[in-house]
Design a protein around this ligand. Structure first.
Ligand SMILES: [Fe+2]
Ligand SMILES: [Fe+2]
Length: 280
């Protein structure tokens, strides 16, 4: 059986996330040998949204495809790139029909990885009031039916708040896609496993960003908000940077998963670019 590894990275969050990504991508490649790297980039621009420049930077780093979540339209300059069929980045699939941007990305087969890889993101409807999403289950059926291949190789990102909604989606898609990988909470979970039908699942892959924070934001400001009931603007946090995600090994014959492993690679503060920022 020929297999290949796909790395999926949790939300790249602000400058700290970008720095740990750049520093630790070589470590990820050395340790896991992924032939495809997909990353959620919804928080790349100072914690919210993605700019065209950052999109190009991540492509140069070797990210094969990018996804976005509820922050998809925070920086409207990304919309032409979302609309461009040649750019491997999609918007969440289950938005209104008039929402701009591609709903699915196809990474074409290449030497060593002889299968097209399809990637799409589904937003949750539970505890996510900031964006109006349609039924992710019905949308998944619709997206899979529209793929021309018979047993396509598909990675589904479950960009959702509720663990129950993510778990239910994974069960719904078990045996039909290679992986259902959770994002959005920025907190990694310890439940990575391959389900009975052959679909790899993890409730949340975590965040590529500063973990010495409250899910990426400065803890002092978040605390002031929670303890004063007043609106406090949140700035990016810093410290405790780590590259987090999951590596899924897939069968290139069946398009289903063989294994899944969580990735958590902390920043090395003795080396650039962190050495100049942190005194530790
Ligand atoms: Fe996020
Ligand atoms: Fe999100």
């Amino acid at each position: 059986m020929s297999t290949g590894r796909i790395a999926f990275l949790g939300d790249i969050n602000g400058a700290p996330g970008r720095m740990v990504l750049e520093q630790q991508l070589p470590t990820l490649r050395e340790r896991y040998g992924p032939l495809r790297i997909v990353a959620n980039a919804e928080n790349a621009r100072n914690g919210s949204g993605l700019t065209p420049d950052l999109y190009e930077t991540f492509r140069k780093f070797g990210i094969d495809a990018m996804t976005l979540g509820d922050h998809v339209y925070r920086d409207a300059r990304i919309v032409p790139i979302l609309e461009d069929p040649t750019k491997p980045i999609g918007r969440p699939a289950n938005l209104s029909a008039r929402a701009q941007g591609k709903r699915i990305v196809r990474i074409p087969a290449s030497e060593g990885f002889a299968r097209d890889l399809y990637v799409f993101t589904l937003l949750g409807r539970v505890l996510m009031p900031s964006i109006l999403a349609n039924d992710p289950f019905a949308c998944a059926d619709e997206m899979l039916a529209a793929i021309p291949e018979r047993n396509p190789l598909v990675l589904v990102e479950a960009h959702m708040e509720a663990t129950s909604e993510k778990g239910a989606l994974a069960r719904y898609l078990d045996g039909r896609v290679a992986a259902v990988l959770g994002t959005h909470t920025h907190v990694p979970t310890a439940d990575a496993r391959v389900l009975r039908g052959g679909t790899a699942f993890i409730t949340d892959v975590g965040m590529t960003g500063p973990h010495d924070s409250v899910i990426g934001r400065k803890a002092e400001q978040v605390l002031r908000h929670f303890t004063s009931s007043m609106h406090v603007p949140f700035e990016m946090g810093s410290g405790g940077e780590a590259l987090q995600g999951a590596v899924v090994e897939v069968s290139l014959d069946t398009g289903l998963a063989v294994s899944i492993e969580r990735i958590d690679i902390p920043a090395d503060y003795s080396r650039a670019p962190f050495r100049t920022l942190h005194s530790r």
